[in-house]
Design a protein around this ligand. Structure first.
Ligand code: SAH
Ligand code: SF4
Length: 391
């Protein structure tokens, strides 16, 4: 991993059709795609809208995957569905629960690849952190995921599936005859797991539309935050095509330092990024952009940095999330001291911007920000190391 590695976007995208068995997975299809799939399977044109509505509600409202349990569908229509479709989620390989209640799921997807999903419970809400790619093509020098080569983009099914499998594990699907709980266990979704979501835009967009759909999981658009390292040309589409909130991995106040930390800065520098953020459609005080800023000891954490950050933010409805660096084996940085982080936060706060310091969660299970990396990749590396040592 070097800061000079080229930034590329040559990634594989799987076809929607499952290769084995020829059955199409309904998960992750938009309503229009489901409609087309039902028509192609022989659903009469005049029934198709109703059928999509019914199946959608079973799958996304009730969490039902077995066509036989879809009791308002005629038996022969259930058979037709079963002959053509499956409702399939990625497989949970392991689930770790941290001392603080954070849950980390290692999830296996087609091709044997793995991604991580993290659930962070709080008193009155719960956030699910989902992945958009296996690995990442970008090589941010402080990020564990960035040390793992990109394997491929996740499909929309695999992105929606992460939300569904977490709801399974938390027991969050509604139960017929029982009142809806007032507080949702997964009240928020953040695209802050593995990968750069704006390098997998279409699948992320389709998946979020499914998750936001009112007749299903129904998460409001302001309950979803997409975090980008700064893929400038795709930023505006986040507002116009998804409508969710935006977070930006900012992390530095000069191009010289940002080039080193977030190498995509060499392609779109701070000025270009800020211009795209100023133009972000729908930006307002109630829908501010979150600037994520990882606190690295002696790298980006001085008072001068804080003052420069305030200057750069001028005119942008913003909030600054200060993230104490989460260490990982071999990481080239150290976390800034508590004093430094608080002094930095005070300067931002006094300039009129909210500047919460993020409490690291799930560190004991390596589930904190930037610590995610597929276990297979870790095992492969340590096996290779073991072999090298044995020679
Ligand atoms: N690729 C996207 C989303 C995933 S990263 C992006 O970069 O925005 C989610 C957040 O965690 C980003 O702000 C990232 O910069 C931050 N992060 C990465 N590694 C970290 C680490 N070791 N400690 C703290 N935060 C880290
Ligand atoms: Fe990729 Fe985001 Fe990690 Fe950078 S911080 S390497 S963009 S996952």
């Amino acid at each position: 991993m070097t800061a000079t590695a080229p930034i590329t976007q040559d990634v594989l995208t799987l076809p929607r059709k499952l290769p084995e068995g020829g059955l199409t997975n309904l998960v992750g299809l938009t309503r229009d795609q489901m409609r087309d799939a039902f028509l192609a399977a022989g659903t009469p044109e005049k029934q198709v809208k109703m059928r999509v509505g019914q199946v959608w509600q079973w799958v996304y409202y009730w969490g039902i995957r077995d066509f036989d349990q879809m009791s308002n569908l005629a038996k022969d229509y259930r058979a037709l569905l079963a002959q053509n479709f499956v409702v399939e989620l990625p497989q949970v390989v392991t689930r770790q629960v941290s001392g603080d209640g954070t849950r980390k799921y290692l999830v296996r997807i087609a091709g044997g690849h793995e991604v991580e999903v993290v659930y962070i419970p709080e008193t009155d809400r719960g956030t699910l952190c989902i992945s958009s790619q296996v690995g990442c093509t970008l090589t941010c020098s402080f990020c564990h995921t960035g040390t793992q080569k990109l394997v491929r983009n996740l499909t929309a099914a695999e992105i929606v599936g992460q939300v569904m499998l977490a709801r399974d594990d938390l027991g969050e699907w509604p139960v017929k005859g029982q009142p809806k709980p007032e507080v949702r266990l997964i009240s928020n979704v953040v695209l802050m797991g593995m990968g750069e979501p704006l390098y997998n835009f279409d699948n992320v967009r389709d998946a979020m539309r499914v998750v936001m759909d009112d007749e299903g999981i129904a998460l409001g658009r302001r309950r979803i935050t997409l975090s980008t390292s700064g893929v400038v040309p795709e930023i505006a589409r986040t507002a116009t095509e998804i409508g969710c909130l935006l977070a930006v991995s900012f992390h530095a106040t000069t191009d010289e330092v940002r080039d080193r930390l977030v190498p995509i800065n060499k392609k779109w520098n701070i000025a270009a990024l800020l211009e795209a953020l100023r133009d972000y459609p729908g930006l307002s005080n109630s829908e501010r952009i979150t600037f994520e800023y990882v606190m690295l000891d002696g790298v980006n954490d001085t008072k001068e940095d804080a003052h420069r950050l305030v200057e750069l933010l001028r005119g942008i409805p913003a909030k600054v999330n200060l993230i104490p660096f989460n260490e990982w084996p071999g990481a080239p940085y150290k976390r800034s001291s508590g004093n430094r982080i608080h002094a930095f936060a005070d300067i931002i706060h006094n300039a009129g911007y909210a500047s919460p310091i993020r409490t690291p969660r799930g560190e004991d299970i390596m589930a904190a920000c930037g610590q995610l990396k597929s276990a297979t990749e870790k095992q492969r590396k340590s096996a290779a190391k073991g072999q090298a040592n044995a020679v």
